[in-house]
Write a protein that binds this ligand. Structure first.
Ligand SMILES: [Zn+2]
Ligand SMILES: [Zn+2]
Ligand SMILES: [Zn+2]
Ligand SMILES: [Zn+2]
Ligand SMILES: [Zn+2]
Length: 496
């Protein structure tokens, strides 16, 4: 569809207006890269919205175990399953395996007892706010009337929203845009209100509707407690509590702080309190951390306070995200950090749980010559107890089920294309286990050989196109061709 230049101008002016409104009402919530607006030719505008969730008044928040961790360790603990169910496990496709895991994780929604059967846990808190949702948007020139905003990332601080809820919320942002567009408006203001007022809470089914009545209610009423499914309630609860206490007790945004870097007074809304409680203005930290990341010195991305530098207290991901406000810089920081971690201990992988990401080392030093078992693929994260397969990064699927080839293919090919004894091969061997990778390569080569053999020595049965050995000439099963009694001599041309 052709978009006229008048249309683009209209889009730009709507966008300019909505940015002005959001920034003047919630200066602390948004950071805009306006080049696209002011530049000669129209281009993308990027904006980061950091929107805290206001629950109105103090209400009960239950964090319930979503069963992810329990399922992963349940899959590990019975050491007998490895041999006993051999037949079952081997034939089970990996896809099947994943669905089973999911059904097994279904938590009982009516369970209100803490530490119920298994390792299911529930934490109950009294909160008046939830940590911010951080949305990074890219707005093309045809936004808002002819193009949707592109969501570069959507995160909840402390990852209090599980990955599946985050995807729901992403979808909501899109439908909000569609609604707003119909009335000739942009989505930014609506989105900020939607998150800030907690309008998304009932829509993501985060209300504890054990009473059964709330399901049709679209407003967030105070009588109903919140119910947040999470993989590790015991880890999340103190973080939510601390955030809420911080916000409530200090009214941080309204206070004035003297930044220890620029030595000037700043409103709390322009500052960040790091988890060590030191406060800096965001502009100073952005410049400092930004420079460190640009120069690859990610080890220095930490609180600049002398004591914290001595203690080596690294910045957390949400701190970097909230300060840096540029998705590409955050990604670069994560990438270099991972690289350094890997150089320190080549066996390190990161916990695949988005909210955890802790480095996970190989459990025991396996001698190179020692026979590694299929159990060598198992890793258990020390900080969240999640058990996963080091090769495919999925919930531990037992020693006998093979990883989905679509996931393992890229590094098998990477491994094979690196020369024998090359540093690249060593690195992959140390990280994933020598025998693990060799088994995958062997399986890959065997499949390639099979394919070759099939291509060379078989032909399609002229009747039903089933592949048959060339010497047989037609398939062994019953097919219309064979049924018709027209026997075919090997190699003779077929007229059809
Ligand atoms: Zn400063
Ligand atoms: Zn500090
Ligand atoms: Zn973990
Ligand atoms: Zn696997
Ligand atoms: Zn046939």
């Amino acid at each position: 569809m052709e978009i006229s230049s008048e249309d683009l101008e209209l889009c730009a002016s709507i966008l300019e207006d909505e940015i002005t409104v959001v920034q003047s009402v919630y200066p602390e919530s948004s950071r805009v890269n306006q080049e696209g607006l002011t530049g000669e030719s129209p281009s993308d505008v990027s904006i980061v919205l950091e929107i805290p969730v206001d629950l109105g008044e103090t209400r009960e928040v239950k964090i319930i175990d979503d069963g992810t961790i329990a399922a992963s360790s349940a899959a590990v603990s019975p050491g007998t399953s490895a041999t006993n169910e051999e037949g079952n496990t081997v034939t089970q496709s990996s896809q099947n395996n994943i669905t089973t895991t999911k059904t097994a994780t279904n938590p009982d929604p009516h369970s209100t007892i803490s530490h119920a059967q298994d390792t299911q846990q529930t934490a109950t808190l009294q909160l008046s706010s939830l940590p911010p949702i951080i949305v990074s948007l890219q707005l093309p020139p045809a936004y808002p009337l002819h193009a949707p905003p592109e969501i570069l990332s959507l995160h909840s601080t402390h990852a209090w929203l599980s990955p599946s809820l985050v995807s729901c919320l992403r979808a909501k942002v899109f439908s909000l845009w569609d609604e707003c567009r119909a009335s000739g408006e942009g989505v930014l203001w609506r989105l900020v209100q939607y998150v800030r007022n907690g309008d998304f809470i009932p829509e993501l089914s985060l209300l504890d509707d054990t009473a059964g009545a709330a399901s049709t209610d679209t407003t967030i009423t105070t009588a109903v407690p919140l119910r947040i499914p999470h993989a590790a309630p015991q880890l999340l609860a103190p973080r939510l509590q601390a955030y809420d206490a911080h916000l409530a007790s200090s009214l941080f945004d309204l206070k004035t702080f003297t930044c220890a870097i620029c030595l000037s007074p700043h409103k709390g809304s322009a500052c960040i309190a790091l988890s060590c409680a030191h406060v800096f203005c965001k502009d100073c930290l952005r410049e400092f951390w930004g420079t460190c990341i640009a120069e690859g010195e990610v080890e220095r991305v930490m609180c600049p306070d002398e004591e914290c530098v001595k203690g080596g207290r690294k910045a957390r991901e949400e701190e970097v995200r909230s300060v840096v406000l540029d998705e590409r810089v955050v990604e670069r920081w994560k990438w270099i950090r991972q690289k350094i971690e890997l150089e320190k201990d080549p066996t390190t992988v990161h916990c695949p749980m988005e909210w955890c990401q802790a480095p996970v080392r190989r459990p025991r030093a396996v001698k190179e010559e020692e026979e590694e078992s299929q159990w060598d693929r198992l890793r258990t994260c020390q900080s969240c107890q999640y058990s996963f397969c080091v090769l495919c990064k999925r919930t531990w699927h037992g020693p006998l089920t093979v990883c989905p080839p679509s996931v393992t293919m890229p590094f098998v090919l990477e491994y094979m294309s690196a020369g024998a004894d090359s540093p690249k091969r060593r690195e992959i061997e140390r990280r994933l286990g020598k025998n693990n990778i060799e088994r995958l390569v062997a399986r890959y080569q065997e499949e390639e050989l099979n394919k070759k053999w099939i291509d060379q020595s078989t032909m399609a049965c002229p009747g039903c196109e089933v592949k048959v050995e060339k010497s047989l000439g037609e398939c062994q099963s019953v097919c219309p061709f064979r049924a018709a009694g027209e026997r075919l001599r090997p190699g003779s041309p077929v007229d059809r």
